[in-house]
Design a protein around this ligand. Sequence first.
Ligand SMILES: [Zn+2]
Length: 293
Amino acid sequence: MRFIDNSIVDLPPGWEVRAGLATQALINGDIEADDRANIWQDLKNSLADISSDRCWYCETGIPRTDNAVDHFRPKGRVRGVRLSGDGESLENYQIQPEHLGYKWAAYHIENFRFSCQHCNEFRKNLRGTAGGKASYFPLVNEQHRAYDLIDQDNESPALLDPCDVLDWRMLSYDKAGKPFSHFNSGSEDDLRVKLSIRIYHLDQASVNASRAAQWAQVKPIFEDTKKWFLKKLRGDVGADACFRRELKKLRQWFNPKNKSTYLGFLVYQLEQEQLLDSESLHGWIGEILRGLG
Ligand SMILES: [Zn+2]
């Protein structure tokens, strides 16, 4: 997961008026949300542009399919879900009173997330793991579930949100690319991370392998940058130019516009390297990280 700033999206002419009318019609019961799916589909390419065609939840590159727009707050009936006692599996429960969907958010731009099918729809893979957000929208406290727009801010979503400035930084990964929670077991943050890994299917073997393969490409550049920086400190001739060249190469991997990066994972790895730099010799690591918000 990476941070996605969805506050500036290119809107087609007349889009806001169409969305406003549809919202009113849906709330009045005159239409079903899917009747006007073209309203969010019209923004699909603009949403994809923000992340260079990568899923906002898992960062996998995805083709621009029709159903690539997820509603963070479900537009239809919401199903209750929580982690089981062992934290490993999901269990469903009945939301009381029944929730027929966040109709006020069905055509609201801030509720749209560009998403791959694995994160968006419920799927089971051959290895026996399953995931997909489907009609889930778990809350930290179910008692605060909003049935009206005016109460929406009472909700604390249990799922990590890529459009939140801080949420994406809560995920940790091992060297094999596997996501995990570093929070105290059973704490609110721990449950949010575990539930998100499970529901977004972030622990899929193929995605883990892709993350790890990427760091394997970046690590040598990182090591070279470090090496030239140390030579530069020693005063070696030409070291400064070599250091700058490697640093530029390294920064390309951390550019949010780079079409091929698992940025959230790379940032986490770089942070781990920064922790190993106990004498704070390599200040340039922090400069790369600071540039990512
Ligand atoms: Zn995804």
